[in-house]
Design a protein. Structure first.
Length: 110
């Protein structure tokens, strides 16, 4: 559960949403297979969310020159809100002992 909740550090520290779960996962992955799976899932999701927000931001900037890029700003905000909501859901599931699979996650760490 701590792997998932540490992603909320990104609300305070820039990059904390990736480095928080990564640090917890690296320190605790040897404590059990379940902790290892939760950690990988959390890190993969945070990296995926970063990629999605970055790509949308670049696209928004490019389309600003055509005066329609501002339409992507609410989409970027929705992705950020979904990130926080899904982290809370995953934390609650992890507390119950269930592995939560985040939607639209790129499985970069196997």
């Amino acid at each position: 559960m701590l792997c998932h909740l540490s992603a909320l550090a990104g609300l305070i520290v820039p990059g904390g949403n990736i480095f928080g779960p990564l640090l917890v996962w690296l320190l605790k992955k040897d404590e059990g297979a379940e902790v290892n799976e939760h950690g990988k899932e959390s890190v993969n999701f945070q990296i995926s969310a970063f990629i999605y927000v970055s790509a949308l931001s670049v696209l928004c900037f490019i389309l600003m020159f055509v005066l329609i890029g501002f339409l992507l700003i609410p989409v970027i905000a929705l992705v950020c809100i979904a990130d926080v909501v899904l982290v809370i859901i995953a934390s609650l599931k992890g507390n119950e002992g269930q592995l939560y699979r985040y939607p639209l996650t790129l499985r970069l760490i196997k």
